[in-house]
Design a protein around this ligand. Structure first.
Ligand SMILES: [Ca+2]
Length: 623
């Protein structure tokens, strides 16, 4: 009975599948490390990490020098692979530790539907909950092989494969993800002096080097698993017509790499082998290749036209690189991020993200940070969550704000960042203000924004549509004491910093005979009233309006009221921050702030006129 049932299923899959030709159609073996940078041993000229199995594979295949992930964090990156779409096109799958939308297709499901035998071991997509509206867990049509050893799991999968059926197998390693036993690298015989170079953005000391060696050991374990799996592939006689890809979901779990928008986080080691299909093996490929290119490549090689797959794929197949008949050069690729670790920045239920988009083209990487007022690594008082805990992180944290290493890793970043990745692969010299590169920057930004709009990126479409990413829920429970209220709203209805709440009521005790001082200003200038009062105690009587004095337009309306009937000896005034703030009526951000699509609250020429009128009126007071 069981066998009849199985034959019915097989017949059904044959009927619904596109024609499967096991001789011609390649198999796919996709092996992905978790958090490995460009340290695949000899393949990437790295002496302190030994990866003989990957290096052997590279000799019969291709080494990619410019393969980029779209988002440098586990869950969003893996969503890019599965969908062939960019982060900003994947709804809530743009985020990390999130729900995976039920309607978001995955290439693996399409392969399965076409009759390819599919399976996996280890980490496919996550962390998060890939659950549909009925509570059904989405396994992306990649059922897991329940075996403890990677080689055994793959052998088990191959044994289950129906005869003459092409396969797709995903090995999702957990290496070299943290944590590492501290000192394990040295214990295994590695030396601190093995490391030829510590990136410019970390201090070069024993703790950091030792941390790097611990990481190296985990990359080497990953390599040994690659060896186990390839051995099984060869034993089964399937190596000839299997496209093997060995890569990583983003750079290493160290400060300023994993989770950040620099070259070291996004450019990942990638080796591919396919004896039957790669025409010029043993070559290095310098073409720009994106992780969204995997899905259309798999589909095309499985005989499915990506444009007819119903997946609305953005990536481009790279089969032309395999055949050596390159169609067109790839002029650029895009990168970006939304919310990575949750509860890292107050402002929404599960915390705000750090929206950024970037473009890699020629020698340059241009990155636009949409909310430069936010902390790129998460708020310091909440633990700088967008960087995994590590000895290296602790070393840099201790250095504190103001220290260049701390600023590189955790400090706020400007809206525009431009790096020459050929001359400065560490991306430590921001060239955005370089006058010689103004044209380059403008061209890159224009190309990027145009492309993002074409791709329907809510951030690029403006009107605060991008806030959608900040407001997606997370299955992770809020930590104790989590308060999602934005700091700026909870502090004061007067838009003033905390110290000013005391300052608001802090007027001098009027002492007869002392000069009278009036302070007119916005959140910054009135924020210091208390300390001014304290410092001028016995010297002057200080007062100020009991409100935020806002832009010049409010000043013109309210100045008479603020001056009252007093005679002032000194009037301190300050207008500008509110006038020159970019806002958009439809922006949902606090105060309708919108630096991308907004316009100045008070146009420059009007601001100048208003200021002149105010100064004229103030002069008349004789203060
Ligand atoms: Ca990862």
């Amino acid at each position: 009975m069981k066998s009849i049932f199985l034959s019915c299923i097989s017949l059904l899959s044959l009927l619904t599948a596109l024609p499967v030709n096991a001789d011609k159609q390649p198999n796919f073996l996709f092996i992905i490390a978790d958090d490995a940078s460009l340290h695949f041993g000899q393949s990437y000229d790295c002496d302190w990490v030994k990866t003989p199995n990957i290096d052997k594979l590279a000799k019969t295949g291709l080494i990619f020098d410019n393969c980029y992930v779209v988002s440098a964090k586990c869950a969003p990156c893996r969503a890019n692979i599965l969908t062939g779409r960019n982060t900003w096109q994947n709804g809530e799958a743009a985020n990390h530790r999130n729900y995976y939308p039920a309607n978001l297709p995955a290439f693996s499901k399409k392969l399965k539907d076409a009759g390819v035998f599919t399976g996996s071991r280890g980490k496919v997509w996550g962390p998060g909950r890939p659950i549909d509206s009925k509570g059904v867990i989405n396994d992306f049509a990649l059922p897991g092989m329940n075996k403890s050893k990677p080689g055994a799991a793959f052998a088990h999968f191959l044994a289950k494969r129906p005869a003459n059926t092409p396969f797709f197998y995903w090995h999702g390693s957990y290496d070299p993800h943290r944590g590492y036993p501290a000192g394990s690298g040295r214990k295994a015989g590695k030396k601190l002096s093995d490391i030829d170079r510590v990136p410019a953005y970390w201090p070069d000391n024993d703790t950091v080097r030792s941390d790097m060696l611990d990481y190296a050991l985990e990359v080497e374990r990953f390599d040994s698993h690659v060896g186990e799996i390839i051995t099984e592939l060869e034993k089964a006689g399937l190596a000839e017509n299997t496209l093997v890809i060995v890569t990583s979901d983003h750079g290493m779990p160290f400060p300023r790499v994993k989770g950040h928008t620099f070259d070291d986080a996004h450019r990942v080691p990638t080796v591919m082998s396919w004896p039957k299909g790669i025409k010029n093996p043993g070559k290095r490929v310098d073409d720009l290749v994106s992780f969204i290119d995997f899905a259309p490549t798999f589909l095309e090689l499985a005989g499915i036209d990506p444009s007819q797959s119903g997946m609305e794929i953005t990536g481009k197949s790279i089969t032309d690189i395999f055949s050596g008949e390159k169609q067109k050069p790839r002029p650029f690729l895009l990168i970006g991020r939304e919310r990575f670790d949750v509860y890292a920045r107050p402002g929404s239920t599960a915390g705000l993200g750090y929206p950024a988009r970037g473009i890699r083209s020629g020698d340059f990487l241009y990155v636009h940070n949409f909310a430069p007022d936010r902390w790129p690594c998460g708020n310091p008082e909440l633990g700088l969550k967008d960087t995994d805990d590590s000895p290296t992180k602790r070393v840099i944290e201790k250095l504190g704000p103001g220290n260049p290493y701390w600023e590189h890793a955790f400090g706020k970043r400007p809206a525009d960042m431009l790096f020459n990745v050929k001359k400065d692969p560490d991306c430590v010299n921001n060239l955005a203000a370089d006058e010689n590169l103004t044209t380059t920057l403008d061209r890159l930004r224009e190309t990027m924004m145009l492309e993002l709009k074409k791709q329907g990126d809510p951030r690029a479409l403006g009107e605060a549509k991008g806030d959608v990413f900040d407001n997606y829920p997370s299955p992770r429970k809020a930590p104790q004491g989590w308060d999602s209220t934005p700091f700026e709203t909870k502090e004061s209805q007067y838009f003033t910093p905390k110290q000013d709440l005391e300052g608001l009521n802090a007027q001098s005790e009027a002492v007869e005979g002392l000069p009278k001082v009036l302070i007119i200003g916005d959140s910054i200038s009135i924020g210091y009233t208390q300390s001014v009062v304290d410092q001028l105690k016995g010297v002057a009587n200080v007062e100020r309006p009991k409100s935020n004095c806002g832009p010049t337009t409010r000043g013109l309306k309210s100045l008479k009221k603020w001056l009252g009937t007093n005679t002032w000896d000194v009037i301190h005034f300050n207008w500008g921050l509110h006038d020159l703030c970019y806002r958009h009526p439809k922006a949902k951000a606090y105060g309708n702030r919108d630096k991308v699509n907004g316009s100045l609250s008070v146009p420059l020429d009007q601001y100048e006129k208003n200021l002149e009128q105010l100064v004229t009126q103030l002069k008349k007071t004789g203060a």
